[in-house]
Write a protein that binds this ligand. Structure first.
Ligand SMILES: Cc1cc2nc3c(=O)[nH]c(=O)nc-3n(C[C@H](O)[C@H](O)[C@H](O)COP(=O)(O)OP(=O)(O)OC[C@H]3O[C@@H](n4cnc5c(N)ncnc54)[C@H](O)[C@@H]3O)c2cc1C
Length: 387
């Protein structure tokens, strides 16, 4: 492993690394090959309490900050694993924590902290609206003590391995609201009960081993008690959680980037062609050095975003910029790593092609690079709004 300077999180890093070391490359490779879910890995992380890091101690979590949570996610990816199997739990429960009623927090958070319930899913994206979330067509109409949900979602992850999902639906038609961001609400959906009464799950086969699905709702009834916060304010609540999500994803990219740098430096030092280590050639060295520099720079922005978030300061710009820089850096590291491995980079047994596929996702989801650039242009630089 390339030596990085010990930081103030070294004890935490060592503890997460020790757990991850029980799940070697061969474990993640085998799960990927059969397109399975890393059940044993996620269970071990849950039992150790790592996925409850952000849950306050009064609800049975460890009450750590976003900086620590991000280090946990980074170390999972740096170990060769993929936090995509379990990161939803980290940021989804933040929505509940900030906007749920006292009774809701008491009901859900201790069970999530203990691992009895998983809150791994968030249902926002729809096939027809894409990134333009205010145009979602899934509706929730109040009837007595329940909301009746109809519509469709796409790319909703971990539904088969979660007990609960936070669902965004329109409760007031777009034509009847003053601001297009008004009139949407969020709900806790009991996934197993929903599958029996109006929700159909259709898995999407995809490039990475990521359990993600199309969801169809036909008169699904959700108890009115499962509404989080005020009716009509759901979009704001979802936006609220995005800074944590982006910062945690940035940390995962940094973990991936460091994994690639570890692997590629080791390989470049060992592989001998034309009578010398390929790493002796500057044409081989430079893309690796460049990727390393960019990962380190992204890391600084990640910790700046964490510091602001943990101090309850606005951090939209920093969280978005951290995600942008980290996703770009990990992708450049992935490319360098694959290239330097030559043909062997394509062999499953080296794990490079698996991590290459996994880290590519972060340019698109959970937010695409263009949308980050658009955020920075409009909200940070004050350029005219484009959509
Ligand atoms: C594996 C995977 C897991 C996912 N998990 C979840 C999940 O759990 N929950 C969930 O709700 N969603 C999930 N998503 C959805 C994900 O958040 C979206 O795919 C992503 O936000 C991009 O939206 P889209 O696919 O609808 O692309 P579109 O909105 O159709 O955009 C397509 C492309 O056009 C670009 N584009 C669009 N408009 C503009 C513009 N005005 N200016 C410049 N460029 C533009 C975008 O940047 C993008 O590159 C997941 C997606 C994947 C692939």
């Amino acid at each position: 492993m390339v030596k990085s300077k010990p930081d103030r999180y070294q004890d935490l890093r060592d503890a997460v690394r020790a757990l991850c070391a029980q799940f070697p490359d061969s474990y993640h490779r085998e799960v990927d090959a059969r397109r399975g879910y890393p059940e044993a890995f996620v269970d071990a992380l849950t039992k150790a309490g790592w996925l409850a890091a952000l849950i306050p101690q009064e609800y049975g979590g460890s009450g750590l900050g976003l900086a620590e949570a991000s280090v946990i996610m980074e170390e999972i990816n740096r170990s060769g694993g993929n936090a995509g199997a379990c990161h939803g739990q980290m940021y989804n429960m933040g929505t509940l924590l900030r906007h749920g009623s006292a009774a809701q927090k008491q009901l859900y958070l201790p069970k999530i902290a203990s691992g009895e319930w998983r809150l791994q899913s968030m249902g926002v994206t729809e096939p027809s609206s894409g990134t333009d979330t205010t145009k979602i067509r899934t509706t929730a109409v109040k009837r007595g003590d329940a909301y009746v949900v109809n519509g469709q979602k796409v790319w909703i992850s971990r539904v088969q391995h979660s007990d609960w999902m936070i669902l965004l639906a329109r409760t007031t038609p777009l034509a009847e609201v003053q601001k297009r961001t008004d009139g949407m609400s969020i709900f806790m959906v009991d996934l197993r009960a929903a599958e029996r009464s109006g929700m159909t799950v259709r898995p999407i086969a995809n490039m990475v081993n990521h359990e993600t699905n199309e969801l169809f709702f036909e008169n699904l009834e959700i108890p009115a008690a499962n509404l989080i916060g005020d009716e009509g304010s759901g979009f704001r609540y979802i936006l609220d959680g995005l800074n944590a999500e982006r910062t945690l994803i940035a940390a995962e990219c940094i973990g991936d980037g460091r994994w690639f740098i570890d692997r590629v430096t080791a390989y470049a030092g060992e592989r001998v062609v034309f009578g010398r280590a390929i790493g002796q050639n500057q044409g081989v060295q430079f893309p690796i050095a460049e990727a390393h520099i960019e990962i380190e720079a992204a890391d600084l922005m990640r910790f700046r975003a964490c510091a602001l978030f943990d101090a309850h300061e606005p951090c939209g710009a920093e969280a978005n910029m951290a995600k942008y820089l980290a996703a770009k850096a990990s992708w450049e590291a992935a490319n360098a790593c694959l290239q330097v491995h030559g043909g062997f980079g394509f062999a499953h047994e080296y794990d490079v092609e698996r991590k290459f596929r996994e880290t590519r996702l972060y340019q698109v989801a959970p937010i695409s690079t263009n949308l980050i650039l658009s955020y920075v242009a409009e909200h940070v630089l004050g350029l005219p709004r484009s959509f």
